[in-house]
Structures are given as C-alpha cells and as structure tokens.
Design a protein around this ligand. Structure first.
Ligand code: ATP
Length: 406
C-alpha cells in the first residue's frame, strides 16, 4: 500500500516538475485543457529531439541498409481499408467495437470532399513508399525504411500523462527480408532495441519482455514481443517488435525483383516500433532521483549527458559585477554555446538556488565564474550527481565537457 502511494507520488512529482521547469504542459491549458494532448516546452523539445536524434543516428545514419522517409499524415483512405485498419483498428466499447482512427474530411467542394484519417501509425507511410524506395535506391534485401512522425488515435480513455494520449509520435522501422530469414532478424532487432534503450538511459531493470499470445496480437502480426516497463501505474507496453510477415506488401500488391533468383518475391517484414512519448516518460522515471543535501531533499534528473536538454549552465557568481559578467559571457558562455548549443546562462538567485534549478532540469554541469577566475583563468565545474566541484582551466573547458559526453 505504501509502495503504491509512493509510486503515485512519483508520477505527480514528474508531472509537476515537467510543468514547473518548462518541459511539458497540458494541451490548451488556458481553455481548461484538451484530453490526451500535451505541449512540449523548451526543455521538453530539447529532450525529445535528443531522443529522436539518438534513434536516427543509431538506426539510420550509422547503417548502410537503412533509408529514411517522412510521409504525409493524411493518406488516401484506401490505404487504411487495404491495411485492415478500417475493419480492425478498434477497441472494445459498450459491448461493441470503437474504431480509434481519427476521421476527417479533406477538400472544399461537395463532390471533391474525401474521407481521410489522421494516420494511427507511421508504418503505412513506409509501406506505400516501398516501390518508390526500391526504384530510387535499388537496395538489396535485407534493407529497412525508417520513419519518425506523428500518429493519432482517438483513445477511449487517455491517461497516465504521456503514456496514453491522442496525438503522439512514433519511430518505426520496417525491415524487409526474405521469409527464411525472419527468425534470425527478429532476434537481431530484439538486441538492437535493448541496446538503444540502454543508450538513452532507460532503467533496464524495469524493462521486461512479453511474448504476446496469438489472441492478443494485432491483426497483421505472426509474432510480437512487447517490451514492457515498470511504470508507477503498472507494468505496461513501452515498445513493440512484430513480425508482420508479407501481410502489408501483399495487400498493397507490391513485390520485389530478387535478382539472385531472377524472380519476383514478396519480402517479409520485421517491425521495431517505438513511441517517443513513452520513451521520454520512461527516461524521466529512470532519471528521477532524490537525495539529501544540507538537510534538504534534493530532487534531480540524472539524465545521461547526451540526452540531457542542457549540457551545461554558465553562471557569473554575482550578476551585478560587470567584470565577472563580461568574462563569463565572452570567455566561457560564447565558446561553449558555439560548441555544444545546449548551454544556458543562469544568473538568477543565489548559487544554491541555481544549482537546485539545474538539478531539476538535469543539467550535468554547472560552471561558475568567480573572482579567482579573473586572476587565474580557472572556473568551478560542479557535477550534478555528486555535487563535487573542481577547478578547470578556461582554455580546457570545451575538451573537459566533450570527454564527459562520450
Ligand atoms: P497499447 O496496447 O498500449 O494501446 P498498442 O499495442 O496499440 O499500445 P502499437 O500499435 O504497437 O501500440 O504502437 C506502437 C507504439 O506506439 C507503442 O509501443 C507505444 O510506444 C506507442 N503508442 C501507441 N499508442 C499510444 C498512445 N495512445 N499514446 C502514446 N504512445 C502510444
């Protein structure tokens, strides 16, 4: 019972920190909100971008067999009929089935109005560009297409902060291969997904794999593993890995000329899928810590430096001493900002208050320019996790921080 209460408390703490510190705000808040929507503030966007960039770097830029795509959110409604979503993309409600695709109408003149849907997954934007990609790049099997982008679902009961919302972002890969290879690559992608989770700082002790039973699998899947995370509200799906067989390409009547065997085949597909919001929520929950400093509880976000929205904060000890401000600005802030971008100026309140604020933002390093700096060209660098401070030569600062980022 106490544990449950503490866990609920943890969600409240995260939600309130996210709002107070400018990460994530409830959507349309000044009009009473709009269920299942959130707006990302300055630090939230930075965190989200870092998560997405790390994903793209690992799964697209560092590989030879992966192509990127950014397809339209609005698609011809035939896509959703053929893909089976018009018939099957539904959740149970009042004894019936409620289709959770968000329907809309496109076009102005009566006879030109077409029904469309805000895409409920990014995957179909990949499948419909399979032929374009093959024609443009002539890739050999196996190869993949990757996409990051918005998806919409008219969830019956949006809840648990970013966990179940109506507008969210996905990062998906469709990896095309020969049928005989599916098991090998299913295993391979399982490992790649786990590696990435660790890289972005998801607490791997809280990640569990669930083999989804045939009755519970999506209509297109012949095997699915859910990667579940121990959220404060229960163990729930974080990401998924599915073997979609040749279901989608076959339905879209797409095939591939296998040059080795000089015949047309329909490639099979392994699909690693990631929700950006669930990734961010699990990273926040994994990073949140409290310890005691000077008899007070200190909450801080122990982000990995490559994921932290701010890499370092620069502070002149006193903001009313022009010589400190001038030095901090020109010799410390400007070069760090040019090098890392995610660097902020913080001269608000006393040093203790600044540290507390930066701890809550999860800034790994706070750099303070004091009177000694003016005579010996060194600054203090304070470590977020240990609170320890060391003097570093101003000329060596960029290298010092760079080392910590690797
Ligand atoms: P759930 O069973 O929790 O509804 P799902 O099985 O319908 O999820 P998928 O269709 O596999 O989810 O979607 C792929 C990924 O997109 C999920 O693993 C999750 O990270 C994310 N996702 C799906 N629905 C939502 C939502 N409503 N809000 C936030 N993220 C979502």
């Amino acid at each position: 019972m106490t544990e449950k209460k503490e866990e609920n408390n943890l969600m409240e703490k995260i939600v309130s920190l996210c709002k107070r510190r400018g990460f994530i705000f409830p959507g349309s808040e000044i009009y009473g909100g709009f269920a299942g929507t959130y707006d990302w503030g300055h630090f939230g966007v930075a965190l989200k971008n870092n998560v997405q960039n790390s994903w793209w770097k690992k799964f697209v830029d560092s590989r030879r067999d992966m192509f990127g795509i950014d397809a339209a959110i609005l698609m011809n409604s035939k896509v959703w009929e053929v893909a089976g979503h018009v018939a099957n993309f539904a959740d149970p409600l009042d004894g019936g089935q409620f289709n959770t695709m968000l329907k809309t109408e496109v076009g102005a003149k009566k006879d030109e109005v077409a029904v469309s849907y805000l895409r409920p997954e990014t995957a179909q934007g990949i499948f419909v560009n399979f032929k374009n990609t093959v024609d443009a790049f002539h890739p050999k099997l196996p190869f993949g297409l990757a996409q990051m982008g918005k998806a919409f679902r008219n969830e019956i009961a949006p809840r648990d902060f970013l966990f179940r919302v109506r507008e969210f972002e996905q990062m998906e890969i469709e990896y095309f291969l020969k049928e005989a290879d599916w098991e090998k690559y299913f295993e391979y992608w399982r490992g790649e997904m786990l590696d990435w989770m660790e890289e972005v700082g998801i607490d791997m002790n809280k990640v569990h794999e669930l083999e989804v039973s045939p009755e519970d699998r999506a209509h297109y899947s012949a095997r699915t593993i859910d990667f579940e995370f121990d959220f404060p509200f229960g163990r729930k799906e974080l990401f998924g890995l599915a073997y979609r067989t040749d279901f989608d390409l076959k339905n879209h009547k797409l095939d591939y000329l296998d040059e080795e065997e000089s015949k047309k085949i329909i490639p099979h597909v392994i699909e690693p899928t990631f929700g950006v919001g669930r990734a961010v929520l699990s990273i926040l929950l994994s990073a949140y810590c409290e310890d005691e400093k000077d008899g007070e509880v200190r909450p801080y976000l122990k982000f990995k430096p490559n994921i932290a929205p701010v890499i370092c904060a620069v502070s002149p000890l006193l903001k009313n001493k022009p010589e400190l401000v001038e030095y901090a600005n020109t010799k410390v802030f400007a070069p760090l900002k040019a090098e890392f971008g995610r660097v902020i100026w913080d001269d608000n309140g006393n040093i203790g208050k600044r540290y507390r604020r930066q701890d809550e933002i999860g800034t790994p390093f706070c750099i303070v320019i004091d009177f000694d700096t003016l005579t010996d060209d060194t600054v203090t660098v304070r470590d977020r996790d240990t609170g320890e401070q060391e003097r570093v030569k101003v000329g060596e600062l960029v290298g010092f921080i760079k080392n910590k980022l690797d």
